[in-house]
Design a protein around this ligand. Structure first.
Ligand code: GTP
Ligand code: MG
Length: 178
């Protein structure tokens, strides 16, 4: 269920199934059991809205790959295009795998609709600093080349070690005040 458009700013987390969207929302609000997570892809099946007081809503999405792309694209796009108080779309990407075709397709859809997004690399704890650094640089270079409405700064997080969560929180607060 999608709540009616309200005055509360929203930020939304999208990305491939199993990328860590639901875990990230738990990490951001410091409540591990708030959103159900799973090692099996396709766990989150509905959009879920988590209201933080009356200042902000964090929106969890089903991953791509679970629904057919058209179905996913239609559902998400109609939400994204009609949401007056949507302040930013965070696209989660696994730095071990880099940008996948499905990520690039979604970015194209967003670019086509003039919707701004920012890339967040997840599961940083799984890579050495060096590997993480080189993967991030590669992804940034690809974004500069291919993406239009992408916010220039790529962030990195680990919901497991909590690395990067403060920086992401600060970015969300800034975006929610736009
Ligand atoms: P769907 O709902 O299926 O689209 O997946 P999701 O993107 O919500 O992923 P979810 O948060 O359910 O996490 C998927 C798996 O990745 C789970 O087994 C998590 O424990 C694991 N995971 C999530 N975040 C991290 C992280 O920062 N580090 C590590 N090592 N594992 C993580
Ligand atoms: Mg999920």
């Amino acid at each position: 269920m999608i709540p009616e458009n309200t005055a509360i700013p929203e930020v939304v987390f999208i990305g491939r199934s199993n990328i860590g969207k639901s875990s990230l929302i738990n990490g951001l609000v410091n409540r591990n059991g708030l959103v159900k997570t799973s090692s099996k892809p396709g766990h989150t099946r509905m959009m879920n809205f988590f209201k933080i007081g009356d200042k902000l809503s964090l929106v969890d999405m089903p991953g791509y790959g679970w629904k057919s792309r058209d179905e996913w694209g239609d559902m998400i796009l109609s939400y994204l295009q009609n949401r007056k108080n949507l302040r930013r779309i965070y696209i989660l990407v696994d730095p071990s795998h880099g940008l996948k075709d499905s990520d690039l397709q979604i970015m194209k859809l967003l670019d086509g609709s003039g919707l701004s997004y920012q890339v967040v690399l997840t599961k940083m704890d799984r890579l050495s600093r060096t590997k993480y650094g080189s993967s991030k640089a590669e992804i940034e270079a690809q974004l500069v080349k291919d993406a239009i409405c992408c916010f220039p700064m790529v962030l990195g997080v680990s919901s497991r070690t909590r690395d990067g969560l403060d920086e992401l929180r600060a970015a969300i607060v800034k975006a929610s005040q736009l």
